[in-house]
Design a protein around this ligand. Structure first.
Ligand code: GLU
Length: 475
C-alpha cells in the first residue's frame, strides 16, 4: 500500500489496497498535504475547540480520494468554505429562578451551511455547551442532513443552561429569554431549530409560544419537534432511536443476519435511547443495559421500557430508581455501561463516550456491531480498535439521521397544513434510513473501501453539499 501519511484506519481499505483508482503517488501526497494544511488552518482559526477539530479531521481524512477525482472542488476552495460557518451568533440569556435570583447563560446558534436548504439542526441545553461543541454538532449536521436527501442545510445551537433540577417555570422563563434573542435569526425559510440533549417537547413548546408572541405569526415550520396538539408530527419523537435501529437492521441484512435474539446494550436513557430500546424489542432483540450520567442499570430479563419511560419522561428521575423497582436488576454507579457484554452496541448518550479502553473491552466481550445513535460518541482511537478487530461500525451522521429526517417530514406537513398517520410516517422513516444505508454502502464500494460506513457517509454527504455549493457560485 502506498503510504499516504494518514494515521487513520478509515481511509484504508479492508483488503489493504489503495482506495482510489488512477493517480500518481505525487498527486496523492499533494492532496494529502493540502488537506493537512487546511486542517492546520482550521485548528489555528478555532483555538481550543477540540470537538470541532475532531469532527473536521474525520471528514477531511475521508475526502482525500474525492478531491483527487474532483479537482474542481479544490479549485473552488469548497473544503475551506465548508469548514467556516456561514454565520455564528452568540448572545446573553438572562433569566430569573424561582427564588428571584438572576442567572446569566450564554446562547448560541451556528448557521453552518445553507447550500441544500434552510439551516436545520437542534438546540442543546447542557452545562458542557460552548462554541466548540455547537460547531462540531453543526458541522456533523450538514453532512447528516445531506445524507437524508431532503432539502435542509446544517446548523446547531444551544446554551450552557442546565435544565436538570429546574422547575417547569424556570425552564419556561429561560426558554422565553433565549427565544427573545433567537427569534430574529430564525424562520421557516431561514433556520429551523429543533431539540437535542436537554431540549424536548416541553422546551420546544415554550420556545414556540414565545416566537409566536414576539412575531405575531403562527409560523408552524419555524421549529420542529413540536407537540402533536400544535403542529407536531407523528414519529418525530421516536425517529432518532427508531432510525438508528432501522440502520442497524440494514447493516445486519447485508450479512444475512437480523436483530432477532441479539443481546444489545444501549447507552443513555434519554429520548434517543428510549426509542432505540423500543424498536430493538419490537424487532426481537433484547436490551439488557442502559445508563445515565450517574451509572448504568443491568437487567438480564430485558429493560422494562414502561418503567424507564415513567422514570425518565414523567418523573425526570435518575436511572438508579429503575433498580429500586425492578429488584432483580442492578444499578452500577459511576461505571461505563460498555463493560456489559453484548453483541450489538448502540451508543445513544453523548460525544466521546466510548474510549479506547471501552472499545477493547467490547471487542473482548464479543461485540460485532456498533451503530451510533448519538453524535460522535466514539473516539477516533476506539473507531480504530473496532476497525482492526473487524467490528462493523456506523457513524452517527448516517445512523442517527432519522431524527432530522422526521423533522424535514414535519416541515413538509406544516407547509401543506397536513398531518400523516403514525404508520405512514414510520414507513417513510424506514425508507429514508434504508436509502441512507444504501448510499453509504455503495459509496464505500465505489471508492474501494467496502463496508467502511465512515468513508461512505463522509464522502456521500460531502459530495452532495459540494455540488450544490459549486452550482451556487462563490457565496
Ligand atoms: N438534534 C438532532 C440531530 O442531532 C435533530 C435535529 C433536528 O431535528 O433538526 O440530528
Amino acid at each position: 500500500m502506498v503510504h499516504n501519511g494518514v494515521d487513520d484506519p478509515r481511509i484504508a481499505t479492508s483488503d489493504g489496497h489503495r482506495p482510489i483508482k488512477s493517480h500518481t503517488v505525487e498527486d496523492y501526497v499533494s492532496t494529502q498535504e493540502k488537506i493537512e494544511s487546511i486542517f492546520a488552518e482550521v485548528v489555528r482559526r478555532n483555538p481550543g475547540e477540540k470537538e470541532f477539530h475532531q469532527a473536521v479531521r474525520e471528514v477531511l481524512e475521508s475526502v482525500v480520494p474525492v478531491l483527487d477525482k474532483h479537482p474542481e472542488y479544490a479549485e473552488a476552495k469548497i473544503i475551506e468554505r465548508i469548514c467556516e460557518p456561514e454565520r455564528q451568533i452568540i448572545f446573553r440569556v438572562p433569566w430569573e429562578d424561582d427564588r428571584g435570583e438572576v442567572h446569566i447563560n450564554r446562547g448560541f446558534r451556528v448557521e453552518f451551511n445553507s447550500a441544500l436548504g434552510p439551516y436545520k439542526g437542534g438546540l442543546r441545553f447542557h452545562p458542557s455547551v460552548y462554541l466548540g461543541i455547537v460547531k462540531f454538532l453543526g458541522f456533523e449536521q450538514l453532512f447528516k442532513n445531506a445524507l437524508t436527501g431532503m432539502p435542509i442545510g446544517g446548523g446547531k445551537g444551544g446554551s450552557d443552561f442546565d435544565p436538570k433540577g429546574r422547575s417547569d417555570r424556570e425552564v419556561m422563563r429561560f426558554c422565553q429569554s433565549f427565544m427573545t434573542e433567537l427569534y430574529r435569526h430564525i424562520g421557516e425559510y431561514t433556520d429551523v431549530p429543533a431539540g437535542d440533549i436537554g431540549v424536548g417537547s416541553r422546551e420546544i413548546g415554550y420556545l414556540f409560544g414565545q416566537y409566536k408572541r414576539i412575531t405575531n405569526r403562527y409560523e408552524s415550520g419555524v421549529l420542529t419537534g413540536k407537540g402533536l396538539s400544535y403542529g407536531g408530527a407523528q414519529v418525530r419523537r421516536e425517529a432518532t432511536g427508531y432510525g438508528t435501529v432501522f440502520f442497524a437492521e440494514e447493516m445486519l441484512k447485508v450479512t444475512g443476519d437480523s436483530l432477532e435474539g441479539k443481546r444489545v446494550v444501549v447507552s443513555g436513557s434519554g429520548n434517543v435511547a428510549i426509542y432505540a430500546i423500543e424498536k430493538v424489542h419490537q424487532l426481537g432483540g433484547t436490551v439488557i443495559a442502559c445508563s445515565d450520567s450517574s451509572g448504568y442499570v443491568h437487567d438480564e430479563q430485558g429493560i422494562d421500557l414502561e418503567l424507564l419511560k415513567e422514570i425518565k419522561e414523567v418523573r425526570r428521575g435518575r436511572i438508579e430508581e429503575y433498580a429500586q423497582t425492578r429488584q432483580h436488576a442492578t444499578f452500577v454507579p459511576h461505571r461505563s455501561v460498555w463493560e456489559v457484554p453484548c453483541q450489538v452496541a448502540l451508543p445513544c448518550a453523548t460525544q466521546n463516550e466510548i474510549d479506547a479502553s471501552d472499545a477493547a473491552t467490547m471487542v473482548a466481550n464479543g461485540c460485532t456491531l456498533v451503530v451510533e445513535g448519538a453524535n460522535m460518541p466514539t473516539t477516533p482511537k476506539a473507531i480504530r480498535i473496532f476497525s482492526e478487530a473487524g467490528v462493523r461500525f456506523a457513524p452517527g451522521k448516517a445512523a442517527n439521521a432519522g431524527g432530522v429526517a422526521a423533522s424535514a417530514l414535519e416541515m413538509q406537513q406544516n407547509a401543506t397544513r397536513d398531518s400523516w398517520s403514525f404508520a405512514y410516517s414510520e414507513q417513510k422513516l424506514r425508507e429514508i434510513m434504508q436509502n441512507i444505508h444504501t448510499r453509504c454502502y455503495a459509496t464505500a464500494e465505489e471508492y474501494g473501501m467496502p463496508g467502511n460506513y465512515v468513508a461512505g457517509a463522509n464522502i456521500d454527504g460531502f459530495r452532495a453539499v459540494a455540488d450544490a455549493m459549486l452550482a451556487q457560485g462563490l457565496i
